[in-house]
Design a protein around this ligand. Structure first.
Ligand SMILES: Cc1ncc(COP(=O)(O)O)c(C=O)c1O
Length: 443
């Protein structure tokens, strides 16, 4: 669990006050502590049976039903669209509301006196959870801010260079890569991955692309695709890229919290993350990771100065943002870790496999994405065979919503066509997944 800075520590304040230490406390501390409200609701994570593997625990409906009690759920529809942003647990939401009230009460008195320290505390907690060093991480407003800064501030292009991205990458990032190629006068290359694939095939496709384009300088590499939850073998692709001098911007917007990993396992120097998806922080928190010693090729944010290229926080200029969201980061990570990242990953994959197993038996349904556990997450996608247009996908999404009460989303961007993305959360039950499989059988 994280340690709160002293000036935020309510128990410390109460003890000091009870002990008659009022006179010795600085006024700034009193102002700050006076609006530290709302004791935390007890965390209701059920005890985990000892020595049980995440894969076995994933099937324990009663355990996950108790976990689900920590979330307020929408009634009347099965929501299988949790790839957009995450849900705060009740405890996290409560802290967020308390922090919002505190910031709104104290305004600049808090902001000018204490926010810097609290921002550092939240940043360090994120770095620790990622397995990074504190100096390697800066908090941003979202993954887009992190990744866009890396792309725009990349300063190592030469004439005849090439940049690479893939059809499974986040659509707006593909657009930014095309924009980058145009403005930097370099060549864009798009790699196409099969609609169903696995780790070795993906690696093979990337390596062939590297060999075909010897002037490749910079690539976008997505850890988990927003289209169908496909996992890319980032570390292996990075090894092959580094051997050829290719720089990598890694998009981990969808992967942190959906998968259990540390940054070292990815073997990349630069990556962008979201905390407001699977980590369950309030909306408005992302992170930028830059490995120590790797800053030279990414210029400081326009106007910022970092002559020795050692300061990651000079790569962004976030300006005024949601203070309370940032202050809630340690609580969100604590809650995420109390469930267990490996348990979350296994439960979500289990829920995906429940509907995918059934869908693969249906002659009219095409399941997209990873073909094995190493390539697939809890997020998945499907379409009716041959129906790849946007209109057809939209019609299918509407049928699922209106006829079967199952909420999903259309994804556009795969070279193979449009699809329906299905994304359960850890508070979704196997029973709710059944509602989707029943729907699939009636299509
Ligand atoms: C793979 C991927 N990259 C980037 C993003 C952008 O995230 P954000 O809008 O939080 O910046 C998303 C959002 O869904 C995503 O799934």
């Amino acid at each position: 669990m994280s340690v709160e800075p002293e000036h935020l520590n309510r128990r410390h304040m109460l003890k000091a006050l009870a002990g008659g230490a009022l006179g010795s406390l600085a006024v700034s501390q009193l102002v700050h502590a006076s609006s530290e409200v709302a004791p935390l609701r007890t965390v209701k994570i059920p005890p985990r049976p000892k020595n049980i593997s995440p894969e076995i625990l994933a099937k324990d409906e009663s355990f996950w039903a108790q976990v689900a009690l920590n979330y307020d759920k929408v009634q009347g529809i099965v929501n299988l669209e949790h790839g957009y942003w995450g849900k705060m647990s009740k405890q996290v939401q409560e802290v967020f509301i308390a922090k919002t009230e505190m910031v709104n009460t104290q305004l600049s008195v808090y902001g000018r006196r204490h926010f810097k320290d609290d921002l550092a505390h939240s940043t360090n907690r994120a770095a620790q959870a990622l397995g990074a060093e504190n100096e390697e991480v800066v908090l941003t407003r979202n993954a887009t801010e992190s990744i866009h800064n890396l792309m725009r501030q990349y300063n190592n292009f030469e004439a005849n260079d090439t940049v690479l991205f893939a059809d499974i990458d986040y659509p707006s990032f593909k657009d930014t890569m095309r924009w980058l190629a145009k403005t930097q006068n370099v060549e864009p290359v798009e790699v196409i991955l099969p609609a169903q694939t696995d780790q070795s095939e993906i690696l093979d496709i990337y390596v062939k692309a590297f060999d075909k384009h010897p002037n490749l300088k910079l690539m976008l590499l997505t850890h988990v695709s927003n289209q169908h939850g496909l996992i890319l073998p980032v570390a292996d692709i990075a090894k092959a890229a580094k051997a050829r001098g290719i720089d990598i911007i890694c998009d981990c917007a969808q992967s942190w919290g959906l998968l259990d990993f540390t940054i070292a396992e990815l073997n990349v120097d630069w990556a962008g993350f979201n905390l407001h998806k699977w980590i369950g922080s309030p909306v408005g928190v992302g992170a930028l990771y830059m490995k120590k010693g790797s800053l030279e090729k990414i210029s400081p944010y326009p106007g910022e100065i970092d002559p020795n290229n050692t300061l990651v926080d000079k790569r962004v200029h976030t300006a005024t943002s949601n203070f309370a969201s940032i202050l809630t980061v340690p609580t969100a990570i604590d809650f995420h870790e109390s469930i267990g990242p490996a348990n979350k990953e296994a439960r979500l994959r289990y829920l995906r496999n429940l509907w995918v197993k059934e869908a693969k038996q249906l002659p009219n349904i095409e399941v997209l994405g990873g073909e094995d556990d190493a390539s697939s997450t809890g997020m998945g996608a499907f379409r009716i065979k041959g129906k790849v247009s946007l209109d057809e996908a939209k019609m299918l999404q509407q049928r699922l919503e209106n006829e079967f009460n199952v909420f999903t989303v259309v994804r556009v961007g795969l070279a193979s066509g449009c699809c329906i993305r299905v994304t359960p959360q850890i508070f979704i039950s196997a029973e709710e997944i059944k509602q989707l499989t029943l729907a699939l059988k009636s299509l």
